[in-house]
Structure formats: C-alpha cells, structure tokens
Design a protein around this ligand. Structure first.
Ligand code: SAM
Length: 260
C-alpha cells in the first residue's frame, strides 16, 4: 500500500489523524440504516472508509484513481457490505448507485471537485438525506456565510436556498499526508424539506444572484443594468446603491420575482 504515490491532480491529501477520522465516523454511528444508501466519495487509501465500516453497515465508495482500486479491494475484501466503483464522481449516476434508496454522502473531497460536485448533487436534492464533506476551509466559510460577511456570495445563496449548512469543525493541514497548503473544514449540508424560494423562481433567482455578484465592488444598480432598472429594484424596497453581499435571500427572491 505504501507504494502508492499521492497524486496532486487527483487532489490526494490522505487523512492521517485518527482523532479527526473518528470524529467523522462517529457522526454515522447508530445513524446508518438499511433504508438508505451511504456513499463515500474518494475513499483514497481507505482511512475514513475503514472507520465508516466499523458499524458493519453497507457502504458504497466511488474512487477515480485506478491504482487505488486493488488496494481498496484487498483492504476491504472481508467486508461483504462494501461496494467499490471506479469512476468520476462528477459523472457517476448516484441514483443508480443508490438502488432506489435515499442517499447519504460523505467524503474528504478533492478540492477541485468539491464545488461542481455539490452543484451536481443539488440537482437531485430530493433524493438526498444529507451530505458531510471535508472541504477547503474557505469553501466551508462561503457555504455558511450570511449577508454582510465577506465570504457571502453566489455559493452561499444557491446552496442555502436548498440546504441548511453547518460548519462542524476545522481541520489543520497536519491532519493530512501530504499536508495541503490551506486549512480545511468539515461541513454538514442538510436538504430542506422545502427550498426557501419557490421552485418556479429558481431559474430567475440563480440568474439574478449570478448577475448581482458579477463585480463585487459595483452596486446592484450597475451589476443589474440590462436586467432590472433602478425603479424596478426600488419597487421591491431595495436600495439600488447597495452591494450584492448586503442583501438577504428574501431580497433576492423579490428581485427574481421581477424577472420571472
Ligand atoms: N478519503 C481519503 C482520505 O481521507 O484519506 C482520500 C481523500 S483525498 C482528499 C480525495 C480522494 O478522491 C482521492 O482518493 C482521489 O483519488 C479521489 N478523487 C479525485 N477526484 C475524484 C473524482 N472526480 N471522483 C471520485 N474520486 C475522486
């Protein structure tokens, strides 16, 4: 196993801190059931996988690096509950893997895959129970940010519309080998029973949010030029001279209502 070289292009920073590994696995103790499918994204050399399997519940893992597949197969050959798929989590059909059961997802995600993967999963949010991910700390901050926070932006609004976001703990670079250059954070994303914004407004909401944050230093009046004029912005009680990061999600819903 030690012959496998960590590959930068696959975002391979393997967890080596047993306290952190246990902290993550304990979130699943007594909460995994046969009524849902637990999927680990990027099992790597199996550090977290091993801890997740301690409850002897089914676990499916999706790993991109072909060289890790025989290592994982050997390591977990005695776990009949373990299913391994070689492939790209950005392309895989999670709902085929889910066997028709609601999904729980967990992973120490490769940092370049995290945001597109979360967006892919949001498209199928109705089938997901929860998601627990290790991410770059800054992405955790953006996912959890509230209006007025410098990290508040498109990602905060689009994800928080569909999920409650909880930053659980920070993880230092020393918890990984090789150590990444940045701090990490572990986050729980819990899909809401109903999105904060009505489904029929989602496409307008996504467009307005994206356009409002086009140039962070500009005012709404300038960013939304060509989409909404000053009078329209004022008509829903919003100051056209405000900056995008100061508006709450309800204000974006009101602006979306004007273009839908
Ligand atoms: N879970 C392991 C751990 O904590 O030690 C490994 C985490 S490492 C940060 C990310 C893992 O995701 C690596 O094993 C990498 O090969 C895998 N990976 C990278 N891109 C992937 C993708 N698109 N789909 C599935 N797995 C991917």
């Amino acid at each position: 196993m030690s012959r496998h070289q960590a590959r930068k292009r696959f975002g391979q920073n393997f967890l080596i801190d047993n306290t952190i590994i246990n902290q993550i696995a304990s979130l699943f103790d007594n909460t995994v059931s046969v009524e849902h499918t637990l999927i680990e994204i990027g099992p790597g050399r199996g550090a977290l996988t091993e801890a997740l399997l301690r409850n002897d519940h089914p676990l499916t893992a999706v790993e991109l690096d072909k060289d890790l597949i025989p290592i994982l197969q050997t390591k977990f050959s005695h776990h009949r509950q373990f299913e391994l798929h070689q492939g790209d989590a950005l392309r895989v059909d999670f709902f085929e893997l889910s066997k028709g059961l609601p999904l729980r997802l967990v992973g120490n995600l490769p940092y370049n895959v995290a945001t597109p993967l979360i967006f892919k999963l949001l498209d199928n949010i109705d089938n997901i129970i929860d998601m627990h991910f290790m991410l770059q700390w800054e992405v955790v901050a953006r996912l959890c940010a509230q209006p007025g926070d410098p990290h508040f932006g498109q990602l905060s609004l689009i994800v928080q519309n569909l999920c409650a976001t909880h930053a659980l703990f920070n993880v230092p670079p020393t918890a990984f080998s090789p150590a990444p250059k940045v701090e990490s954070g572990f986050i729980a994303l819990s899909p809401r029973a109903e999105p904060l914004i009505k489904k029929e407004l989602h496409s307008a909401f996504n467009k307005i949010v994206k356009t409002s944050f086009m140039h962070r230093r500009k005012t709404l009046r300038n960013n939304l030029k060509g989409v909404l004029n000053e009078e329209q912005i004022q008509s829903v009680g919003i100051d056209p001279g405000a900056r995008a990061e100061t508006l709450n999600i309800e204000s974006y819903a009101a602006l979306a209502g004007l273009v839908s």
